[in-house]
Design a protein around this ligand. Structure first.
Ligand SMILES: [Zn+2]
Length: 94
């Protein structure tokens, strides 16, 4: 489960903005990564979004597939790494 870096309000992993303070949640890790091409950035983002579509439908294996694709596009993406870790936990507990 994600947390707002500013006010520590628990947020859904797919929330882009904090419902409490409006902080942009996904942005810091993406924007602070220098030396990454814009292409790699947007590709991992696309895969993240696709995975999230399946995640919401409860199709966790599909979601994992897309997020792992995203990881291959952007291997240092800790945000995506956390999403995958959470998802795997979810899949284990059913
Ligand atoms: Zn907040």
């Amino acid at each position: 489960m994600a947390e707002c870096p500013k006010c520590q309000t628990p947020c859904e992993p797919d929330d882009r903005f904090c419902s409490q303070c409006g902080e942009h949640l996904a942005a810091p890790e993406f924007s602070e990564k220098e030396g990454r091409t814009q292409k790699a950035l947007s590709l991992s983002d696309v895969h993240y979004n696709l995975g999230m579509v399946y995640f919401k439908k409860g199709e966790y294996h599909k979601a994992l597939e897309y997020w792992e694709k995203g990881m291959r596009q952007d291997p240092g993406n800790e945000f995506l790494q956390r999403c995958i870790a959470d998802l795997k936990e979810k899949m284990k507990s059913g």
